[in-house]
Write a protein that binds this ligand. Structure first.
Ligand code: CP
Ligand code: NVA
Length: 305
């Protein structure tokens, strides 16, 4: 694995390897076993959008691995004044061993990989959120003991999270149903990717129908970062696309509920379902730390085993 740009670039084996490294690092972290596999390394953490979890977990994760994570606010960088991507990354490649970026266009992340000479990690674009889905798969595996054959149902906007869930779940051997309203469907490239998985993937418009047989339920905000002007229109479009008691009773008993956070209670999920599944949701948030450490370690080529 040279970069971590989107899950469709990874093989199933690479995804499972990341999950195994993450579980190992989590065990070591919890048991005080040293794992400074990135001793003396540097990682740039570039943000063009807000973040709590991604920033904090990459900074802490880098520190725990013995590396230095430098937070770079894109608004304060020359890229905000038009410095070309190919110049920025050629410079940063001279200072850093690795770079993580959260930005808008997927093409910007791909360009960093193309013009730079260090591994690039996608910390969220409008197109996908692959680091999050590695943490989610890790969480599902912890709760369910495996992934193969389980059904994941995503309800809501066909956004970056939906795109990464579809690719990640199918590659990991899960079945996947995306329940999205007309006009808010996942990316056409992802829907085309899913075609190869036959009836393991379903796209559906009706939450109560899509959730039948689900072992895992996921959702995300109706309005993503950068779409704030559409908030009211989106509230109308997503009315009914909510994880609530009725949806929970139509899913399999013991279904796990995940939310990447931040959550809007009363919109995509009710307060009651959120709090009843808070253990799962906050384990998922914690697992960002372990998953991100695994991604950094795998890209460095030194995972201690
Ligand atoms: N889930 C997630 O990526 O959280 P942040 O936006 O806080 O990083
Ligand atoms: N879909 C959300 C995810 C936030 C972690 C967004 O892009 O804002």
């Amino acid at each position: 694995m040279k970069h971590f740009l989107k899950l469709s670039d990874l093989s199933a084996e690479e995804i499972y390897r990341l999950l195994d490294i993450a579980a190992d690092l989590k065990y070591k972290q919890k048991n005080g076993i040293p794992h400074r596999y990135l001793e003396g390394k540097t990682i740039a953490l570039v943000f063009k959008k807000a973040s709590t979890r991604t920033r904090a977990s990459f900074e802490v994760g880098a520190y725990q691995l013995g590396a230095y994570g430098a937070f770079l606010n894109a608004a304060d960088m020359q890229i905000s004044r038009g410095e070309p991507v190919q110049d920025t990354i050629r410079v940063l490649s001279r200072y850093f061993d690795m770079l993580m970026i959260r930005t808008f266009e997927q093409s910007y992340v791909e360009d960093l990989a193309k013009y730079g000479s260090i591994p690039i990690i996608n910390g969220l674009t409008d197109y996908c959120h692959p680091t999050q889905v590695i943490a989610d798969l890790m969480t599902i595996r912890e709760y369910k003991g495996g992934l193969e054959g389980l059904k994941l149902c995503y309800i809501g906007d066909g956004n970056n999270m939906a795109n990464s869930y579809i690719v990640g779940a199918l590659k990991a051997g899960m079945r996947m149903t995306a329940v999205c309203p007309e006009g808010y469907r996942p990316d056409p490239f992802v829907l085309n990717f899913a075609k190869a998985y036959g009836d393991k993937f379903k796209l559906c418009g009706e939450p109560l129908e899509g959730v039948v047989g689900a072992d895992v339920l996921c959702t995300d905000v109706w309005t993503s970062m950068g779409q704030e002007e559409e908030t009211e229109k989106r509230k109308r479009a997503f009315d009914g696309y909510q994880i609530n008691d009725e949806i929970m009773s139509a899913a399999n008993p013991g279904a796990v509920v995940l939310h990447c956070l931040p959550a809007h209670r009363g919109e995509e999920i009710t307060e009651k379902v959120f709090e009843e599944h808070a253990d799962e949701i906050f384990d998922e948030a914690e697992n960002r730390l372990h998953a991100h450490k695994a991604i950094m370690v795998a890209l460095s080529g030194n995972c201690g085993k």
